[in-house]
Design a protein around this ligand. Structure first.
Ligand code: DGL
Length: 283
């Protein structure tokens, strides 16, 4: 979707899939999308200047999210993936209202689906930012799929800083993970969650520390792969897949220091991000 000066909307399969996150965390979703749809071009925006979204009010997050979406729409995207749990939890309606012709995919619904599929006993733990937990979006999404589920939520704001810092395993990460997670799994009667959904794009990096604290039995899921599935099926439904045989490329926009985006983004993506693919933008 691209809106020209005369307010005419252009949308075609040659446009990239647009994605945004408050920072580099959404690159965990980008990675899953590239694995599933290697032919798609992706335009990714990391609003690093205003990270974190997770501790801000829903009104502020909605305003930032609409501005980020707008920057991507101005450049032309055929679909928008809100690769940020906090923005998905509080701002999807605002984004859809601002861009009525645009197909918008959030990560909460796919994450809830992954959690319900993983859980046998119906007791599901959700860890996310303060904003995502306070808004209750995961609770509602899980209950829509599995009305009998018992959901235990925990805000883990320090996980975001640990992931950004690269402290994803070892004693400090494990101590923080234990402090957040142990109360969720403290029912001595055996009524403990059998699955944990990582409801924040930063948290998959912390999986080594989380796994050490929880042990091997608890299933740990996130929304990256299920979100990629949703994007795939919508692109097919709208006949918007990239030309077969094309190799997709990714281009990155950041609202703050490019070098830092390259450095931390490389860690989240698990491979190098070329400096010339990253552009500094103001929203
Ligand atoms: N990207 C955010 C999320 O998935 C985490 C970082 C932040 O608080 O902005 O909720």
């Amino acid at each position: 979707m691209k809106v020209d000066d005369s307010n005419i909307i252009h949308i075609d399969s040659g446009q990239p899939v647009g994605m945004f996150d408050s920072g580099v965390g959404g690159l965990t979703v980008l990675k899953a999308l590239q694995e599933r749809l290697p032919g798609e071009d992706i335009l990714y925006l990391g609003d690093t200047a205003r990270l974190p979204y997770g501790s801000k009010s829903p009104q502020t997050v909605s305003r930032y999210a609409v501005q980020a979406a707008s920057a991507l729409v101005r450049r032309g995207v055929k679909m928008l993936v809100v690769a940020c749990n906090t923005a998905s939890a509080v701002a999807l309606d605002a984004i859809r209202a601002a861009f009525p012709g645009l197909s918008v995919v959030g990560v909460v619904e796919p994450g809830a689906r992954a959690a319900c599929a993983a859980s046998h006993n119906g007791i599901i733990a959700v860890v996310a930012t303060e904003g995502t937990i306070a808004g209750g979006a995961y609770h509602r999404a899980i209950e829509r799929i599995r009305p009998d589920a018992l959901i235990k939520g925990q805000a883990c704001p320090l996980f975001v800083s640990l992931a950004e810092e690269g402290w994803v395993d070892g004693p400090i990460a494990e101590a923080v993970a234990a402090r957040y997670l142990e109360p969720l799994f403290a029912d001595s009667g055996g009524e403990n969650p059998d699955s944990l959904v990582l409801g924040c794009t930063h948290f998959p990096l912390l999986e080594p520390a989380i796994r050490t604290v929880l042990g091997p039995q608890v299933r740990i899921v996130d929304s990256a792969a299920t979100t990629a599935e949703v994007v795939d099926s919508l692109l097919q439904e709208f006949n918007m897949l990239a030309d077969p045989g094309q190799t997709g490329t990714a281009h990155f926009l950041t609202t703050d220091d490019v070098e830092r985006f390259v450095r931390t983004g490389t860690r989240f993506l698990g491979r190098d991000i070329a400096r010339e693919r990253v552009e500094l933008v103001d929203l």
